[in-house]
Design a protein around this ligand. Structure first.
Ligand code: NIG
Ligand code: FE
Length: 391
């Protein structure tokens, strides 16, 4: 039998199990302990009731929460867009066109360069408490470049998304229908074996609702499950399409009509909000309060990518969501853990309950609220992933 470890003397433990502790959605237990055996959580509760274990870690009156579940990132890329950001912060607007710059650099990169970049950003994310992450292709836009991005990604995570429909490939810019044929045909055939999800950037300048429906439906027929970039830069059909197709998540959700909000609230499609993108493009914030009050499930994620949101920090996104999107600290922490898990349709991460993976973040703070209260401060003092201490 694998050895057991208790993390004890936890001032505030976020379990995301409402049957525990204060019975809030966070299932907050005071003066708590967690017991890990192998790669799983086997027990959570009050310190004084913890069972005997082989090893003991003293949390010393600090907070523990589930590792963050970052359900939306674009980490398979090469090249640099510092100048584009600099120009934007000097007044130039953001558009989908910047993606082409990264496509050219990504095509020119070797597999080793792509993997080195991915590894670097994953290490960065882990140090900030992220233990589960999704990542996408979308900067290759040829059959060979998309499929190799997915192969590289699949060496590092199970949550791999085929985003051949990020923009129309530059060489087919005059013939978008031909590009949709490629994405739903030969490219999908080559990519489906390496991915779990299929995504489309449904936006003016990228793909319209009919094209997005054709692409996601083709992906479904190949066993990929849909998720979608929807309503980021403008109002549009993306969110309602997501609900129609039972997508796991509609991502961005910045420009929503009442009908969009209703559709999300009456579905199991999660609204994934990505405040790093609004921060880095100086755009209008998504209204998390409106979605939560309507009854929608909200996830928070980084959208880490070189164009619109070059942050791997979930704590930063939590702070933004609390300051500018109307979320309470409790809601933001829930959305970055259990919400992310819901956006990936996972039950084994994002919660600290018996049977879940032992993915935990220890904060150098007495409460999870400090993630928003102390913005920009490196509060992550320890990270366990699959029961192994990594930080
Ligand atoms: O999620 N919206 C589309 N894709 C990315 C941006 C990609 C880029 O600008 O390189 C996003 O924001
Ligand atoms: Fe994105």
């Amino acid at each position: 039998m694998s050895s057991s470890t208790v993390i004890t003397n936890i001032a505030a433990l976020v379990t995301n199990d409402p049957s525990l502790g204060d019975h809030s959605p966070l299932g907050l237990v005071r003066d708590a302990a967690v017991v890990i055996e192998g790669d799983r959580v086997v027990w959570t509760g009050e310190s004084s009731k913890a069972p005997a274990t082989d090893n003991r870690v003293d949390a010393d009156g600090r907070a523990v929460l589930p590792g963050f579940v970052d359900s939306h990132s674009h980490l398979l890329f090469a090249g640099d867009r510092t100048e584009e950001f600099n120009a934007r912060m000097s007044g130039r607007p953001y558009s989908a066109g910047g993606i082409r710059t990264t496509v050219a650099a990504t095509r020119a990169a070797s597999d080793a360069e792509l993997e080195a970049g991915l590894t670097r950003y994953l290490a960065e994310a882990l140090r900030q408490g992220t233990t589960t992450f999704e990542t996408k292709s979308g900067y290759g836009l040829t059959t060979a470049d998309e499929s190799r991005a997915l192969r590289v990604a699949a060496r590092h995570t199970d949550e791999v998304t085929f985003l051949g429909a990020h923009i129309v490939a530059p060489e087919l810019a005059d013939d978008p229908a031909a590009y949709v044929d490629l994405v739903t045909g030969e490219m999908l055939d080559a990519c489906a074996p390496h991915a779990r999800w299929i995504d489309v950037f449904c936006e003016k300048g990228a793909f319209d609702g009919d094209q997005a429906r054709a692409i996601l439906t083709a992906g479904k027929a190949r066993g990929l499950h849909p998720r979608i970039h929807a309503n980021q830069l403008s109002y549009g059909p993306g969110v309602r399409l997501a609900v129609e197709l039972d997508a796991a998540s509609a991502d961005h959700c910045t420009h929503l009509t009442d009908a969009d909000v209703d559709a999300l609230a009456n579905s199991r499609t999660v609204a994934t909000l990505l405040p790093g993108a609004e921060f880095s493009t100086r755009a209008q914030w998504p209204d998390a309060r409106r979605l939560i009050d309507a009854g929608a499930t909200v996830a928070l994620s980084t959208d880490c990518n070189p164009g619109s949101s070059f942050t791997s920090s979930v704590p930063f996104c939590i702070a933004l969501a609390v300051r500018d999107m109307g979320m309470t600290p409790d809601e933001a922490v829930w959305s970055a853990t259990a919400g992310g898990a819901a956006a990936l349709r996972r039950e084994d991460v994002g919660r600290l309950v018996p049977g879940a993976y032992a993915d935990l973040t220890l904060l150098d703070a007495p409460s999870h609220v400090h993630l928003a209260y102390r913005p920009g401060v490196p509060l992550v003092a320890g990270v366990w992933r699959r029961g192994v201490r990594k930080v």
